[in-house]
Write a protein that binds this ligand. Sequence first.
Ligand SMILES: [Fe+2]
Length: 290
Amino acid sequence: MSLTHLVQTHSIDTQRVAPFTGEGAYHGSTNKRAVAASAALPPVVEEMRPSTLDGYRLDDPRPIRDFEATFSNLYVVERELALPTQEEVRDDGVTFCWCPFEEAATLAGPLTARVLEAMREHLVGDKRYVYVDSKIQYFEPGDVPVDSQHWHVDGSIVARGKVVEALGHALLHDMKARLASGVAPPRYLAYQSSDHCATVFATSPVTLTLPELIPNFNGLDAAIRELSPPFALQPASTIVRTDGLSLHRAQAATGAGWRLWVRAVETDRETVVSSSIIDCYGTVFRMREP
Ligand SMILES: [Fe+2]
């Protein structure tokens, strides 16, 4: 059985639904589920090295320092494709989880194949790996595509280990390393077939004071909501370009219907999926009745 692609007949009756908790995973980011999927940790590449942690020592515990963080918030609508019908989305059949791009292009259903061929023209090609994630989901109004609506960035640099534990955490996102390393962050191309559950993207640079290591995105989310930067909702059937410094968040569906989401990531970090997380990848998250 493949762990990186899933052939499935989608129907409203079989759409997986879970209660929304707000504590869950982001699209393919370095969260608990994605990390649990890796049997052996790949070698650390510069793009993903938590270099800020070098400034903290086990024998010299100190509080986590703040720094001035600037998110460049790259957001470019690269392509607009023909709007698919709801049936085309529902019946596309194959979804992906960290699937190598060329393999995904071979296996994809007709709509996803067209999306990937369009994306191919926009790949930069300076990273070692290109992976594809995708979901086919049916939303009722109010459903959320992931179990969080927090502002966040994808592909954050995650640190673990004894020093992190000495700081009181199991995991820390090294925000400063991503912003200050000088290494190009992971690059993303993302497609959404419709706009009834559009991702919200910040569209101009944002500077704020942030702890250089953060255990989750709660504080960043609160700060961005306070700053209320200009934003865009991804238009229907478009491919947008972002990178690891692009703030964005999911929002609840405004109407009922099917949506295909496809994302290609260009990264230096190898990801080998070793457990079946793709089965629950297309789950939608529903608010409790008030
Ligand atoms: Fe995300």
